[in-house]
Design a binder for this molecule. Structure first.
Ligand code: FES
Length: 143
């Protein structure tokens, strides 16, 4: 995935570690039993996001500037455009197609407020980001 400089955040120096303040999320919608190690935590720096595929499902792994790690659905709930082509500014991910905005920490729509994106359960363990997706579906806007 090509990322703009704004999405990538500050340049890291060789040997420098990523931020360590990580907030773990557990979705109340499921009790996942199978986490998959997606990548090393320090491969996604604060302010960056990256597309990964888990069990054939594309997801976006996000490390916010404030150090929160989230895994969200790949497609926009509005008209299924790829959210990874959007812009990440703080906690807000903006879809590049029609500019819907989502708070990636809460999963709630900012504009419009009635929209939501799926947050997949994430844990950071042994320097890796682990995500569970089984039984969790992307959300779509209601007609
Ligand atoms: S497809 Fe994302 S805002 Fe319309």
């Amino acid at each position: 995935m090509a990322q703009s400089e704004a999405q990538r955040g500050p340049m890291r120096k060789e040997g420098e570690m990523a931020a360590t303040e990580i907030v773990e999320v557990s979705s109340p919608e499921s009790a996942p039993s199978r986490y998959h190690r997606i990548c090393d935590l320090d491969s996604i720096w604060p302010g960056e996001m990256a597309v990964h595929e888990v069990e054939g499902v594309k997801i976006i792994v996000i490390h916010t500037e404030s150090g929160v790690v989230r895994a969200v659905q790949y497609i926009c709930p509005h008209q299924s455009f790829t959210l990874s082509d959007g812009g990440l500014e703080g906690d807000i991910l903006t879809c590049s197609k029609h500019l819907w905005e989502f708070n990636v920490v809460s999963g709630c729509g900012v504009n419009p407020t009635g929209a939501e994106i799926t947050l997949y359960p994430v844990k950071v363990e042994n320097g890796g980001i682990h995500v569970a997706i089984a039984g969790i579906e992307p959300k779509y806007a209601r007609p």
